[in-house]
Write a protein that binds this ligand. Structure first.
Ligand code: SF4
Ligand code: SF4
Length: 340
């Protein structure tokens, strides 16, 4: 496998035609081995699954009879573009990954979910390995639950489905082919605290502060650091003590001008939260029961169907912390289940 230096900033196209630069913080990255054939097809599916398990890809939990596998190159937060980016950088690895999934899971169908700007690339690489589903680039369409229900609507005969995003698929394929566990992660940087909005490749385990430092972020002007996406992430207060994990899709460094200060007032039943909820929940009722710790009643209001998109909080004119209340109730219910 060839190795090429990758110090430069390479623009890549993301949704809405906007281009963002990409900077790799490592010395070199493996070049996508375009000519490599899927040699793992000679290995037994059970052995490959075990191999993946040792690299931390818990495929053991995936039903071996998964009807449909959804491979997604759609991102799950407006400030994150890593799935689209991985798909642009490593199309051949994604293609071999589709073969890998077909080999070890043998689903009836693999669906490759993409935003419209990736259509051409997706159609050529999917060939007869997967069906391509073009997803409208509207938040929160990239969420696994949204994709599963959309794919169900678009394709008849879809039963149980499994979700793998493009970054994970590439990491799985590399692990099988090279025998090396993934140690790096793409992270989208956003917020005016960063000199430039970009994606960077960082080592899993390094501190969030080291990522900020590597981009010469002036911490004297940063008022809030958010880990995860802008709508789905959480504010952190000690970036030096927080590590980048395989789940850290984004880091936002916000300055004073991006902070929104408001006080929440009681709900006045405008219904906007319920109207916007993609899971069609009665959000105002659910949040009230969560607020008063009526967790069992939250379950009756289908709290488990909440996908955590945060749209309800975003639209609420009373600035109610709806997602936080629902997340709190959800955590309490999970704790209760774990204690049984
Ligand atoms: S959007 Fe806010 S004010 Fe309106 S019903 Fe929902 S919680 Fe109440
Ligand atoms: S976060 Fe809010 S809008 Fe999103 S699914 Fe949950 S209740 Fe519905």
């Amino acid at each position: 496998m060839g190795i090429r230096s990758f110090f430069g900033i390479v623009p890549f196209r993301v949704r809405h035609g906007q281009e963002l630069p990409y900077l790799d913080m490592r010395d070199a990255v493996p070049e996508s081995p375009v000519k490599l054939t899927a040699g793992f097809l000679q290995e037994k599916p059970t052995e490959l699954r075990e191999k993946l398990q040792t690299f931390g890809f818990g495929l053991g939990a995936v039903p071996s009879d998964a009807d449909t596998v959804i491979v997604s190159a759609c991102d799950t937060d407006p400030a994150v573009t890593i799935q689209q980016h991985v798909f642009s950088l490593y199309p051949d690895t994604v293609a071999r990954g589709l073969s890998l999934l077909q080999h070890i899971i043998q689903p009836k169908k693999i669906v490759l979910a993409i935003f419209p700007c990736q259509r051409k690339r997706a159609v050529s690489l999917a060939a007869d390995l997967a069906e391509v589903a073009v997803i409208a680039p509207v938040y929160p369409n990239g969420f696994p639950q949204m994709l599963a229900s959309m794919v169900k609507r678009l394709r008849s005969g879809v039963g149980t489905s499994m979700y793998v995003n493009a970054e994970r698929l590439v990491a799985m394929t590399n692990a099988v082919e090279t025998g090396a566990a993934p140690t790096t992660k793409l992270v989208s940087l956003s917020g005016s605290g960063f000199p430039q909005r970009k994606n960077v490749c960082v080592r899993v385990g390094q501190s969030v502060q080291s990522v900020l430092d590597s981009q010469s972020v002036d911490m004297a002007v940063v008022r809030k650091v958010v880990c995860g996406g802008l709508l789905t992430g959480s504010a952190i207060y000690q970036p030096a003590a927080i590590q980048v994990t395989s789940q850290t899709d984004g880091i936002a460094a916000q300055t004073e001008k991006e902070l929104v200060r408001y006080e929440s007032v009681p709900c006045f039943n405008c219904g906007k939260c319920t109207a916007v909820c993609p899971a069609r929940l009665k959000v105002n009722h659910l949040a009230r029961y969560a607020e008063y710790s009526r967790f069992d009643t939250c379950r009756e209001y289908a709290i488990d169907s909440c996908i955590g998109c945060g749209l309800c909080s975003y639209v609420c004119p009373a600035h109610r912390p709806l997602l936080q209340l629902i997340s709190f109730a959800s955590d309490e219910l999970k704790k209760g289940e774990a204690a049984v």
